[in-house]
Each structure stands twice: as structure tokens, then as C-alpha cells.
Design a protein around this ligand. Sequence first.
Ligand SMILES: [Zn+2]
Length: 257
Amino acid sequence: MSDFTGAAILLRRIDYGDCDLILTFLTREDGKASAMAKSAKKSVKRFGGILEPFSLLQVVWKQGRGGLPILQEASLESAFFCIRGDIRKTAYASYWTELVHEWAEEGAPQASLYELLRQVLHGLDAGVVPAPVLSILFQMRFATLTGFRPELDRCNVCGLPVEAIPAGRIAVDIPRGGIVCEGCGGRAAGNSPISRGAVKQLLWAGRDDYGLACRVRFSDRSIREGLGFLETFIPYHLGKRPKSLAFLQKIRGTANG
Ligand SMILES: [Zn+2]
């Protein structure tokens, strides 16, 4: 890891000894990267108490002699105070940042993923688009950018287009990565049903146009079904269930509402 100057979103913060912190960031230019913040725990003055998870910062770090680079400067670009003041929003932001942290590898540029995370955090902070809708947008785009986009426009076995599958006969098939029709197993195999409306709205949400996706009108049922699908699908294909997802579902009071 080399020297770095620029914008970064703090993904994870862990204690190191009595005084220091190890910070993991997502940057636009260098992807995921870690740095050591010396004395950040001991002296709040050192970094002004701004090294909080999912803060958007301007940072400077320099490579020391071996080990992690050392954080030299950090200033706040956005603290997302409206997220921090709301435990439900904090739970969503924690889930998104944990997904990014789990998936991204250090040193691989992730400009699109950085932009996506920055946009949904700003959206969550502004509060115009409901948090569950932003979570659907984030997860659909995250799945696409990370290479496990769900196949939702046709049956994953026979290829029958979703429009041609009779209403009430569509089911999600998590291991296959999308939906199946009744003739190919459907709900008989223990899969959850999903409405055609929810499938259509997920497809809209997955488009590479954040502004347009934000304007999709989701019904309550589609939100419920969409979250239920994505919060099962993404951990399954990531190979890991994020700890923050259990927290989010507990705060929300339901696994898919
Ligand atoms: Zn089929």
C-alpha cells in the first residue's frame, strides 16, 4: 500500500493496543485500504473524534517503515448526523458498509462501488427516499457490481420470461440465483413466493441510474418481498451472513419488513 491523499469512507474501526486504531476505508482510487491511526484512542484531540464508522473523510496517509500506512491527517467531509441520530438508519448503514468490507479486496480499485456507497449514505442522511427502498437499490447494484446479479427476468431453469409466468406462480430460488416457475419446482421445492410486482421493481432498482431508481414507487408488499429476497440472496452468494444484518432485522422487528 502506498501513500494516499483523497476522499475515503470509513468501513471499519478496530482497537489496536491501548492507544491506536486500525481503520479500513473504501476509497475511489485505491479501493479498500487500511491505515493505522496512532494515539487516536488516547487523545480525542488527535483526530477530533471524527473517525466514526461510515463517515466520509478527506484523509492523508503515508507508508511507514513496514506494516500499515500511518494516518497523518483526517478532516470531515460528511458525518451523516441524521443517520447517527437514528438507530434504524444506523443499522442500514452498518449493513451496507459491512457488505462492502466483506466483499472488497485491498488494492483493487472500486470507483463504482465507492460512488454507490456514497450516494446511498447521502440518500439515507437526507431522508427523502425511505431507508428500506435505499437498501433495495444498494443491494441490487451491489450484487451487479460484485458479479452475482440475480437473474430475475426469467425462470432460471426453463428460461420462461417473468411476464409469461402466471401470477402467484413465481418463487425465489436462492441457490440458483433468481426465480423459478412452478413447472420447474417453484414453491413445491420449499421456495418462497414472490409477486411479479416485486420482481419488476427489483429489476428497476438494479438499473445503473441512481436518480431514476430512486423514483420507482415501491408498494409495501414489494418492499417486504424485495428485502426478504435480497437479505437472503446476498449473504448466501457472499458465503457469509453479516453480523449487522441480524442487528438490522432485530431493530426493524421483522426479517423482511
Ligand atoms: Zn421454469
